[in-house]
Design a protein around this ligand. Sequence first.
Ligand SMILES: [Zn+2]
Length: 203
Amino acid sequence: MKDTTFNHLIEELKKFPGVGQKTAQRLAFFLLKATADEAKAIAQAIIDVKDKIHFCSICNNVTEDDPCWICSDANRDRKKILVVKEPGTLYTIERTGGYKGLYHVMLGAISPLDGIGPDDIKIAGLLKRVDQDGIEEVILALDPDMAGEATSMYLTRLLKPFEVHVTRIAYGIPVGSDIEYADELTLVKSLEGRRDFNPPSSK
Ligand SMILES: [Zn+2]
């Protein structure tokens, strides 16, 4: 195909998760038919998100202000930290309205096969918060897959000396799926049914 500008747009759109050739083509034609103002508003929103949104220096949530609106909310239960892998999961849990504590976003999970080790995720910040902020409970809400399990076990071991109550959400979520995409009721039930987490000892 010769029309490089149009094809370039299709190639860029294909970089979105879940977007293949067919969808990319449909979106490209949509943008082509849109007014210049409409198309520019979409482009500007993408530019703004990269310019203005950062990771919270406390919990690694995505935010325009630092600390984020959750870390700076005095009405939340500041003795609980819910540990999630990605900011998207935080948003999903927030939408349920069933949790009023704080969060810690790991921005990844330990997965040696993918070359992701403990130093590649936000562990140090979590330990510092548990050590200094009077945290009484750490709730692990990582994905029930291999990387999530490995990360949960690793964190539990590191948290032991702090005498903090470590719990994990119950399995109400299908094994091998993303917590981010679970329905709200399943998430609320999983949170309610959380229990102590005792991984098998390494010896
Ligand atoms: Zn925050």
